[in-house]
Design a protein around this ligand. Structure first.
Ligand code: SF4
Ligand code: SF4
Length: 188
């Protein structure tokens, strides 16, 4: 009986374009909601969802060594040819990368390098602030890649922020988190 009802509701939904109406109602609700400007970078900052594909980072094991075994699979699969890996043998006899460069100015953040990696060594995280006036700054190496924060457990929210320019432009994540969506959707 439940199967028949589910099938019928599917047909009814199809006949009356319920999915289309659902989508349109969401669109119209945004059209008539208040317009809010996020106070970025001075006061507020968007924290993307964990699935966001931002700046790459290299993972390390408990001993602090890179997981990367310099197999070069990520470099081979990269559609933009923007990864360069040069292997060497470290003092423990492990194969590691002595060079691991990514040219972020060419990267399209597809995530294929993360998917292809057999050693769970590379991933794309939540850091998205990487713009520069000089494309040379976007050629990042192994030291920088191992220092980039990894994926956060949560996201999809807005937190307090503070713009600093003491040592380069940096938007620090401040204290506090607020339900920014209530501005748009009128939640209280
Ligand atoms: S995200 Fe895609 S384009 Fe960027 S380095 Fe990885 S495989 Fe290449
Ligand atoms: S990051 Fe992964 S795929 Fe790329 S060289 Fe290292 S182990 Fe191989």
């Amino acid at each position: 009986m439940a199967k028949v009802m589910a099938k019928m509701s599917g047909w009814i939904g199809w006949v009356f374009f319920l999915d289309l109406l659902n989508g349109l109602s969401l669109t119209f609700s945004y059209m008539f909601s208040r317009t809010i400007t996020m106070q970025y970078p001075d006061k507020e900052k968007w924290v993307p969802y964990p699935r966001h594909r931002g700046h790459h980072f290299l993972k390390t094991n408990d001993e602090g060594d890179l997981n990367c075994v310099a197999c070069e699979l990520c470099a081979k699969i990269c559609p933009c040819d923007c990864i360069k890996v040069v292997p060497y043998e470290d003092e423990k006899g492990n194969r590691r990368p002595i060079v691991f460069d990514i040219d972020l100015s060419r990267c399209l953040f597809c995530g294929l390098c993360e998917d292809a990696c057999p050693a769970d060594a590379i991933a794309l995280g939540q850091v998205y602030e990487m713009s520069s006036y000089d494309s040379k700054d976007l050629l990042v190496g192994v030291d920088l890649l191992r220092g980039i924060p990894g994926k956060a457990d949560a996201g999809g929210t807005v937190v307090g922020a503070e713009l600093t320019t003491d040592a380069g432009v940096l938007v620090r994540q401040g204290e506090g988190e607020h339900d920014w969506w209530r501005h748009i959707r009128g939640r209280r």
